[in-house]
Design a binder for this molecule. Structure first.
Ligand code: ATP
Length: 309
C-alpha cells in the first residue's frame, strides 16, 4: 500500500522538552491507524505535526507526496483535523459553522453552499442545519466537527481523541462513520485512550512511549496478550453495579469481565473458557444486542447455542 501520510524521523520539542523523538509512521489510503500511549507520550504533538500546524525540529512530513516544508498550502489542502476540544462555535448554527470553515479555505458563493449542504448530509445532520451547535448533543456536535474537517475534501483525516466526550452509543456510531470514510479511501489517524476502540475501528495501532514508536501492528497482535481470546458485546440495558461486581467475581476463574457503559468485554485464555463465561453472562439474564470477536468472523447475533458447546 502507498502511504498517504508519511512522517519520517520526525522530532519536535517545546523549549527544552522533547515531545516527539524521531518518529517514523505511515498511514495508507483506505487505512485507519489508532495512536495510543500514556499521557504525555506525544500523541497530540504527532497529530499537530501531521496536520501541519506544528513545524518539526527535524525530519519530514508528507501528505500524498507533498512535503509540508516545501509547500505548506498544498499540504494543508490534503489534511483535515478534528482537534481535541473541537473547533466549532456554539453560538453559530451547524450550517454557519461549516460556512465559516469553508471561507477559511477560500470557498464562497454557490460552491460554498453546495459543500455545506453536502457536508451536513454526509454526517446525517441536514435536518439540524439551522440548530445552534451549543444546543446539540456531544455526539452531534462531534459530527459537525467532522464535517468541518472534511469540507475541503482532504484525503487524510486526523482526529485527536474524537470520542473522549461521547457516550458509548454515540461513540460506536462515530467509529462506524470513520470506517465508512476509510472504505471511501481516506487515510485516517486518530488518538484514543480506549484500547477497545482500536480493536473495533483501527486496522493498525501505533503505540507511543516518550515520543517514540514502541510498537506498531494489527490491534489484536499488539494489544492482546498472546493466546488470549477476546469478545465484545453490546448490552441492551446497563448492568447494575452490584450485578457487575458479583459477575466479575464469579467469572474470575474463567475470564475477565469489563463493562463500560453499554459495552461488555470478556477475555479468557482459551475459546472454551470464553464460551463458558459468555454462557454464564447469558444465564444471568443479561440482554446482549450482538457480540463480536475481533479475531473472528465479525458481528453475529448473540445466542447461547451458537457459542456454548
Ligand atoms: N504547549 C506545550 N508546552 C510545553 N510542553 C508541552 C506542550 N504541549 C505538550 N507538551 C509536552 O510535550 C509532551 C507530549 O505532549 P502531548 O500533548 O503530545 O502528549 P499526549 O500523548 O497527547 O498526552 P495526553 O494523552 O495527555 O493528551 C509532554 O511532555 C507534554 O507535557
Amino acid at each position: 500500500m502507498t502511504a498517504a501520510l508519511r512522517l519520517q524521523a520526525v522530532r519536535a520539542r517545546y523549549g527544552d522538552r522533547v515531545a516527539v523523538a524521531g518518529l517514523t509512521l505511515d498511514v495508507a489510503a483506505g487505512e485507519v491507524v489508532a495512536l495510543i500511549g500514556p499521557n504525555g507520550s506525544g500523541k497530540s504533538t504527532t497529530l499537530a505535526l501531521a496536520a501541519g500546524v506544528m513545524t518539526p525540529a527535524s525530519g519530514t512530513v508528507t501528505a500524498c507526496g507533498i512535503d509540508r516544508a516545501a509547500d505548506p498550502h498544498g499540504y494543508a489542502a490534503k489534511v483535515g483535523l478534528v482537534p481535541q476540544d473541537g473547533a466549532t462555535y456554539d453560538e453559530l448554527t451547524a450550517a454557519q459553522n461549516l460556512a465559516f470553515f469553508g471561507r477559511l479555505y477560500g470557498l464562497g458563493g454557490r460552491e460554498l453552499r453546495r459543500r455545506v449542504a453536502r457536508g451536513l448530509s454526509r454526517v446525517g445532520l441536514s435536518e439540524r442545519a439551522h440548530d445552534r451547535v451549543g444546543t446539540l448533543s456531544g455526539g452531534l456536535r462531534q459530527r459537525v466537527n467532522l464535517a468541518a474537517a472534511l469540507l475541503h475534501d482532504p484525503p487524510i483525516l486526523l482526529l485527536d481523541e474524537p470520542t473522549a466526550a461521547l457516550d458509548p452509543a454515540s461513540r460506536d456510531a462515530f467509529l462506524a462513520g470513520l470506517t465508512r470514510l476509510r472504505d471511501d479511501g481516506h487515510a485516517i489517524l486518530f488518538t484514543t485512550h480506549h484500547t477497545d476502540e482500536t480493536e473495533l475501528a483501527a486496522d493498525r495501532v501505533a503505540v507511543l512511549g516518550a515520543g517514540r514508536l514502541v510498537a506498531c501492528g494489527r490491534p489484536g497482535d499488539v494489544l492482546r496478550p498472546r493466546g488470549r481470546e477476546v469478545l465484545y458485546a453490546r448490552l441492551r440495558m446497563p448492568v447494575p453495579r452490584f450485578l457487575e461486581k458479583g459477575l466479575r467475581r464469579e467469572l474470575a476463574p474463567l475470564a475477565e469481565l469489563e463493562v463500560t457503559g453499554n459495552r461488555l468485554r470478556l477475555s479468557a485464555d482459551t475459546p472454551e473458557n470464553l464460551g463458558r463465561a459468555l454462557a454464564r453472562v447469558l444465564a444471568e439474564g443479561l440482554d446482549l444486542d450482538g457480540y463480536r470477536s475481533p479475531g473472528g468472523a465479525g458481528a453475529r447475533a448473540a445466542s447461547s447455542e451458537k457459542v456454548v458447546r
